[in-house]
Design a protein around this ligand. Structure first.
Ligand SMILES: [Zn+2]
Length: 108
């Protein structure tokens, strides 16, 4: 196991869990815990992995593979960004896509 083997999952899960917490604390200071929970709830987008075989493959790029990680879905998340009630959810979903995508870059 080399440094990259350790760095990749650390970066991945840090971006999935800790960065949203930091974002919530900076931009939603008054209700950062609730904002963080909403951001973490957007991880449910990974339920589309249930449709894939195998369920989890560390060497598969999620972006463009799973239905909720498709270009069309990502386009929809961008649209959700423009409406105040769905903005935080859209931020969480788009951040999730960025996080998954940086993982794809490691595969190349
Ligand atoms: Zn994902």
């Amino acid at each position: 196991m080399d440094f990259a083997d350790l760095l990749r999952p650390t970066l991945h899960y840090g971006m999935h869990f800790l960065v949203p917490g930091l974002f919530a604390w900076i931009f939603y200071r008054d209700s950062w815990k609730k904002a963080w929970l909403i951001l973490l709830a957007t991880m449910l987008v990974d339920l589309d992995h249930l449709l894939a075989t195998p369920l989890f493959d560390p060497n598969r790029c999620s972006i463009g593979f799973h239905p909720l990680h498709s270009e069309i879905a990502i386009g929809l998340y961008v649209v959700l960004l423009f409406f105040r009630p769905t903005r935080l959810i859209a931020i969480g979903l788009l951040w999730h896509m960025v996080t998954d995508y940086q993982d794809c870059l490691w595969l190349k």
